[in-house]
Write a protein that binds this ligand. Structure first.
Ligand SMILES: Nc1ncnc2c1ncn2[C@@H]1O[C@H](COP(=O)(O)OP(=O)(O)OP(=O)(O)O)[C@@H](O)[C@H]1O
Ligand SMILES: O=C(O)[C@H](O)[C@@H](O)[C@H](O)[C@H](O)CO
Length: 174
Protein backbone atom coordinates (compact mmCIF):
# COMPACT_ATOMS: atom_id res chain seq x y z
CA UNK A 1 0.00 0.00 0.00
CA UNK A 2 1.34 3.42 -0.83
CA UNK A 3 0.66 6.29 1.47
CA UNK A 4 1.21 9.99 1.20
CA UNK A 5 3.09 10.50 4.45
CA UNK A 6 2.87 14.28 4.09
CA UNK A 7 -0.91 13.95 4.45
CA UNK A 8 -0.55 12.31 7.87
CA UNK A 9 1.58 14.77 9.77
CA UNK A 10 3.00 14.66 13.23
CA UNK A 11 3.41 18.26 14.34
CA UNK A 12 6.07 19.27 16.84
CA UNK A 13 4.95 22.58 18.34
CA UNK A 14 8.22 24.18 19.35
CA UNK A 15 9.50 27.42 20.81
CA UNK A 16 10.60 28.97 24.04
CA UNK A 17 8.72 28.63 27.29
CA UNK A 18 5.53 30.69 27.17
CA UNK A 19 5.30 30.84 23.38
CA UNK A 20 1.93 29.09 23.59
CA UNK A 21 2.80 25.50 22.67
CA UNK A 22 0.37 23.83 25.09
CA UNK A 23 -2.44 26.29 24.45
CA UNK A 24 -2.25 26.14 20.66
CA UNK A 25 -1.60 22.37 20.53
CA UNK A 26 -4.80 21.78 22.48
CA UNK A 27 -6.82 23.83 20.02
CA UNK A 28 -5.37 22.10 16.95
CA UNK A 29 -5.72 18.60 18.42
CA UNK A 30 -9.35 19.32 19.28
CA UNK A 31 -10.12 20.80 15.87
CA UNK A 32 -8.41 18.01 13.90
CA UNK A 33 -9.20 15.07 16.18
CA UNK A 34 -5.50 14.23 16.47
CA UNK A 35 -3.65 12.59 19.34
CA UNK A 36 -2.02 15.13 21.63
CA UNK A 37 1.00 14.70 23.87
CA UNK A 38 2.24 17.37 26.25
CA UNK A 39 6.02 17.18 26.02
CA UNK A 40 6.46 18.59 29.53
CA UNK A 41 4.70 15.48 30.88
CA UNK A 42 7.61 13.36 29.57
CA UNK A 43 10.32 15.24 31.48
CA UNK A 44 11.94 13.15 34.23
CA UNK A 45 10.99 14.56 37.66
CA UNK A 46 14.59 15.74 38.15
CA UNK A 47 14.29 18.00 35.09
CA UNK A 48 11.06 19.52 36.37
CA UNK A 49 12.61 20.10 39.80
CA UNK A 50 15.65 21.73 38.22
CA UNK A 51 13.57 24.12 36.10
CA UNK A 52 11.24 24.88 39.02
CA UNK A 53 14.31 25.88 41.07
CA UNK A 54 15.27 28.39 38.38
CA UNK A 55 18.10 26.47 36.70
CA UNK A 56 18.13 25.90 32.94
CA UNK A 57 18.47 22.35 31.63
CA UNK A 58 21.69 21.21 29.99
CA UNK A 59 22.03 19.09 26.86
CA UNK A 60 22.61 16.07 29.11
CA UNK A 61 19.35 16.77 30.94
CA UNK A 62 17.48 17.04 27.66
CA UNK A 63 18.72 14.00 25.69
CA UNK A 64 16.72 11.34 27.63
CA UNK A 65 13.62 13.54 27.39
CA UNK A 66 14.10 14.05 23.66
CA UNK A 67 14.38 10.27 23.26
CA UNK A 68 10.93 9.91 24.84
CA UNK A 69 9.52 12.58 22.51
CA UNK A 70 11.10 10.79 19.53
CA UNK A 71 9.57 7.49 20.67
CA UNK A 72 6.09 9.05 20.79
CA UNK A 73 6.60 10.45 17.29
CA UNK A 74 7.86 7.09 15.98
CA UNK A 75 4.90 5.26 17.46
CA UNK A 76 2.61 7.55 15.48
CA UNK A 77 4.57 7.51 12.24
CA UNK A 78 4.90 3.71 12.38
CA UNK A 79 1.14 3.43 12.73
CA UNK A 80 0.43 6.18 10.17
CA UNK A 81 -1.41 8.22 12.77
CA UNK A 82 -1.47 12.02 12.82
CA UNK A 83 -0.51 13.67 16.07
CA UNK A 84 0.72 16.76 17.80
CA UNK A 85 3.35 17.00 20.51
CA UNK A 86 4.78 20.00 22.34
CA UNK A 87 8.55 20.24 22.71
CA UNK A 88 10.71 23.34 23.00
CA UNK A 89 13.18 21.74 20.50
CA UNK A 90 15.41 24.76 20.95
CA UNK A 91 18.53 23.50 19.15
CA UNK A 92 18.92 22.07 15.69
CA UNK A 93 20.69 19.05 17.19
CA UNK A 94 17.59 18.39 19.32
CA UNK A 95 15.37 18.59 16.25
CA UNK A 96 17.71 16.12 14.53
CA UNK A 97 16.60 13.54 17.12
CA UNK A 98 12.95 14.13 16.22
CA UNK A 99 12.98 14.51 12.42
CA UNK A 100 11.19 12.22 9.97
CA UNK A 101 9.18 12.28 6.74
CA UNK A 102 5.90 12.94 8.55
CA UNK A 103 7.35 15.36 11.10
CA UNK A 104 6.56 19.05 10.64
CA UNK A 105 8.10 21.50 13.10
CA UNK A 106 5.91 24.47 13.95
CA UNK A 107 7.91 27.27 15.55
CA UNK A 108 5.78 29.60 17.65
CA UNK A 109 7.72 32.84 17.38
CA UNK A 110 7.15 36.05 19.30
CA UNK A 111 8.92 38.94 20.91
CA UNK A 112 10.60 38.65 24.29
CA UNK A 113 8.33 41.41 25.59
CA UNK A 114 5.11 39.68 24.57
CA UNK A 115 6.08 36.19 25.72
CA UNK A 116 7.59 37.56 28.92
CA UNK A 117 4.40 39.41 29.68
CA UNK A 118 2.35 36.23 29.16
CA UNK A 119 4.67 34.29 31.46
CA UNK A 120 4.41 36.78 34.28
CA UNK A 121 0.64 36.32 34.30
CA UNK A 122 0.83 32.49 34.12
CA UNK A 123 0.76 31.36 37.72
CA UNK A 124 -0.08 27.65 37.51
CA UNK A 125 3.14 26.29 35.99
CA UNK A 126 6.47 25.00 37.33
CA UNK A 127 8.53 26.97 34.80
CA UNK A 128 9.60 30.37 36.21
CA UNK A 129 9.51 33.41 33.93
CA UNK A 130 13.12 34.05 34.96
CA UNK A 131 14.25 31.24 32.63
CA UNK A 132 12.91 32.97 29.52
CA UNK A 133 16.23 34.68 28.71
CA UNK A 134 18.18 31.40 28.70
CA UNK A 135 15.45 29.82 26.57
CA UNK A 136 15.84 32.66 24.04
CA UNK A 137 19.63 32.51 24.03
CA UNK A 138 19.57 28.73 23.55
CA UNK A 139 17.08 28.85 20.67
CA UNK A 140 18.60 28.12 17.26
CA UNK A 141 16.16 29.39 14.63
CA UNK A 142 14.68 27.05 12.07
CA UNK A 143 16.85 26.80 8.96
CA UNK A 144 15.55 26.67 5.38
CA UNK A 145 16.20 22.95 4.92
CA UNK A 146 14.11 21.99 7.95
CA UNK A 147 10.55 20.82 7.34
CA UNK A 148 8.98 23.65 9.27
CA UNK A 149 6.33 26.30 9.58
CA UNK A 150 7.00 29.51 11.49
CA UNK A 151 4.04 31.39 12.96
CA UNK A 152 3.84 34.66 14.80
CA UNK A 153 2.12 34.31 18.17
CA UNK A 154 0.88 37.88 18.30
CA UNK A 155 -2.74 36.92 17.61
CA UNK A 156 -5.18 35.08 19.84
CA UNK A 157 -4.62 31.35 20.41
CA UNK A 158 -7.45 30.57 17.99
CA UNK A 159 -5.89 32.80 15.33
CA UNK A 160 -2.47 31.19 15.79
CA UNK A 161 -4.01 27.70 15.50
CA UNK A 162 -5.95 28.72 12.37
CA UNK A 163 -2.76 30.14 10.82
CA UNK A 164 -0.96 26.83 11.42
CA UNK A 165 -3.78 24.73 9.95
CA UNK A 166 -3.97 27.03 6.89
CA UNK A 167 -0.20 26.82 6.31
CA UNK A 168 -0.31 23.05 6.71
CA UNK A 169 -3.13 22.73 4.18
CA UNK A 170 -1.23 24.90 1.68
CA UNK A 171 1.80 22.61 2.01
CA UNK A 172 -0.31 19.52 1.40
CA UNK A 173 -1.79 21.09 -1.75
CA UNK A 174 1.60 22.06 -3.18
N1 LIG B 1 -1.78 33.56 21.46
C1 LIG B 1 -1.91 33.83 22.76
N2 LIG B 1 -2.46 34.99 23.17
C2 LIG B 1 -2.57 35.29 24.49
N3 LIG B 1 -2.15 34.49 25.48
C3 LIG B 1 -1.59 33.31 25.14
C4 LIG B 1 -1.44 32.93 23.77
N4 LIG B 1 -0.85 31.71 23.74
C5 LIG B 1 -0.63 31.36 25.02
N5 LIG B 1 -1.08 32.31 25.86
C6 LIG B 1 -0.97 32.31 27.32
O1 LIG B 1 0.42 32.44 27.58
C7 LIG B 1 0.82 31.57 28.62
C8 LIG B 1 1.85 30.59 28.07
O2 LIG B 1 1.22 29.71 27.17
P1 LIG B 1 1.53 28.15 27.19
O3 LIG B 1 1.56 27.64 28.59
O4 LIG B 1 0.61 27.50 26.24
O5 LIG B 1 3.03 28.19 26.62
P2 LIG B 1 4.07 27.01 26.46
O6 LIG B 1 4.89 27.33 25.27
O7 LIG B 1 3.37 25.69 26.46
O8 LIG B 1 4.94 27.16 27.74
P3 LIG B 1 5.91 26.10 28.46
O9 LIG B 1 6.92 25.66 27.47
O10 LIG B 1 6.54 26.87 29.59
O11 LIG B 1 5.06 24.95 28.95
C9 LIG B 1 -0.45 30.89 29.15
O12 LIG B 1 -0.90 31.62 30.26
C10 LIG B 1 -1.42 31.01 27.98
O13 LIG B 1 -2.74 31.09 28.41
O1 LIG C 1 14.12 22.49 26.81
C1 LIG C 1 13.78 23.03 27.85
O2 LIG C 1 14.40 23.90 28.45
C2 LIG C 1 12.49 22.62 28.46
O3 LIG C 1 11.83 21.70 27.67
C3 LIG C 1 11.59 23.80 28.65
O4 LIG C 1 11.36 24.43 27.42
C4 LIG C 1 10.34 23.40 29.36
O5 LIG C 1 9.94 22.08 29.09
C5 LIG C 1 9.16 24.24 29.14
O6 LIG C 1 9.37 25.42 28.49
C6 LIG C 1 8.52 24.46 30.46
O7 LIG C 1 7.25 24.21 30.36
Amino acid sequence: MTRNDKAIPVLVLMGVSGSGKSTVAGIIAGAMGWDLQEGDALHPPANVAKMASGQPLTDEDRWPWLDLIAAWIKDHTDKGLPGIITCSALKRSYRDVLRGDQVVFVHLAGSREQIGQRLTTRLDHFMPASLLDTQISTLEPIEPDENAIVVDVGGSPTEVAADIIAQLERRLES
